[in-house]
Design a protein around this ligand. Sequence first.
Ligand code: G1P
Length: 308
Amino acid sequence: MKVRKAIFPIAGLGTRFLPATKALPKEMLPVVDKPLIQYAVEEAYAAGIRQMIFVTGRTKRAVEDHFDTAYELETELQLQEKSDFLSLVQSIKPRDMECIYIRQSRALGLGHAILCAQNIIDEEPFAVLLADDLFMGPSPVLTQILEQFNHYQSSIVAVQTISQEDTFLYGIISGDVIDTRTTVVKHIVEKPAPDVAPSNTAVAGRYIFTPAIFEEIAKQSSGVNGEIQLTDAMFSLLSREKLYAYHFEGKRYDCGTKLGLLKATIDLAEQHPDIGPSLRRWLREKTTNNRSQLLFKQENKKKDCMIT
Ligand code: G1P
């Protein structure tokens, strides 16, 4: 079973980034110079996937425009002989990549978003990438779990260890550990409170499913936050198929939060060939200045204490 298709659920409102996301899809927020969604699409492409299925909603047209030919821009760049920019713009959608857009007309949850793509996926295994989750590491996380999928031929999800107090933010798994990175999932629950969470192993936003997941999603009624949860369908899947969890190698940034987006921006910018060196210098100067200011304040405080 070869994975040829990927689903990108992007219908979410992005309320955490308002007012920036009033008219702009949160998936179009940039990390340095590339929108979040492009990182996810490039990750899927690198894993050999060529059919990208976006489950969109209102106000997401910018995503479609981003992966479309920009005729006027390309003509202008050609006329100005700006060939580097031209190839950059053209590389966003390689010729052999197909983009399909489906509307999720009501925000009924992640599980429901995946179900919207059922007719296009049909009877094939497929990947799901949540663009909010951005990864950096030795190899793309989707490629890492795809290698495991090719080996086990069963659904698989990327996981990471988190601090116990954060379990309420994630899908949490537990199960039988079969090697340092792999677990056969026996239990999975969406956003449990820390005191009832089965572990501190959290689902990160990369999945590969066999088509059996669709039937399980269709059975679900609303779960956490009144939404049709993918995690609940994954729990039902356990009774008919094996589900694996793979501790990916690398770092995850939660770009669905302001702090996560900023951390990703700084880390990626530090490695950027053009701006990296100046940014690192500026950060060093800033840290030194902050430290001197702190020392200065501490010294003054000491002096004040001695006087009084
Ligand atoms: C979603 C999933 C959750 C998963 C998380 C990873 O939650 O429902 O199981 O752990 O993505 O980012 P969300 O972040 O959309 O609330």
